[in-house]
Structure formats: C-alpha cells, structure tokens
Design a protein around this ligand. Sequence first.
Ligand code: 5GP
Ligand code: ZN
Length: 114
Amino acid sequence: MTDCLFCKIIKKEIPSEIVFESENAVAFMDINPQAPVHFLVIPKIHLSSITKVEKEHGSIMAEMARIINEVAKQKNIEKSGFRVVVNHGKDSGQAVPHLHFHVLGGRKLKWPPG
Ligand code: 5GP
Ligand code: ZN
C-alpha cells in the first residue's frame, strides 16, 4: 500500500536497520525499543492486522515464525528467552496498520503485560 509506513520500509523508501530479509518477509529493529532487543517481523504483502490472515497465508506465517527464531539466535536471546507480541486494534494500541510481530528480549519481562 503506497501510504503505509511499513510498506515503505519494505521498499526501502524509509531507512531502517534490516536484520533479515526473505522472499516474503522482513525483520528490522524497532525505532523505539521497549527492551534491549526489540525487532519487528512483517510480511511483504500488506495485511492491515492479524485479523486479515487467511488460510492462503499459511506459508508466510510459518516463514515469519522461522525468521523470529533465526533473528532471536542472531541477537543472542534464544537461550535467555523472548516474547512475541501482536497488537490488533484500539485497545491494544496498534499504531501501524500493517501486520507485525514484535519480538522483545534481553531483559526479564513482566507478566501480565500492561
Ligand atoms: P504497534 O503499536 O503498531 O504494535 O507497533 C508499531 C511499532 O513500530 C512501534 O513499536 C514503533 O516504535 C515502531 N515504529 C514506528 N515507526 C517506525 C519506523 O519508522 N521505523 C522503525 N524501525 N520502527 C517504527
Ligand atoms: Zn503496508
């Protein structure tokens, strides 16, 4: 989508610290990290939120799960642990309407989240 921030990051029209890129997905560091390690994994196709995921997106979803694990290893948080968060809609505070997995680690995370 032309005016979507994350679509612009995918097209490299907006600079970001990309840490992994595959055919269908990209991982990049969050600009406002909430933990020592905070990266986002997004599909290259524009899906406005997790609620738009259909059966046909199964292989992209699996690819993103593999990327989460790959970058978690790269960032040395696989052994210590990490959290994967997806926000949807107003109550979650979702700010960017392009599906993204937050991956947070590098410190002890509180539960339940705020
Ligand atoms: P949401 O609240 O939609 O779940 O999360 C959006 C995330 O995108 C936030 O953690 C925010 O810091 C991050 N973000 C917003 N704009 C940019 C940007 O231009 N570059 C990067 N790397 N991250 C961004
Ligand atoms: Zn988009």
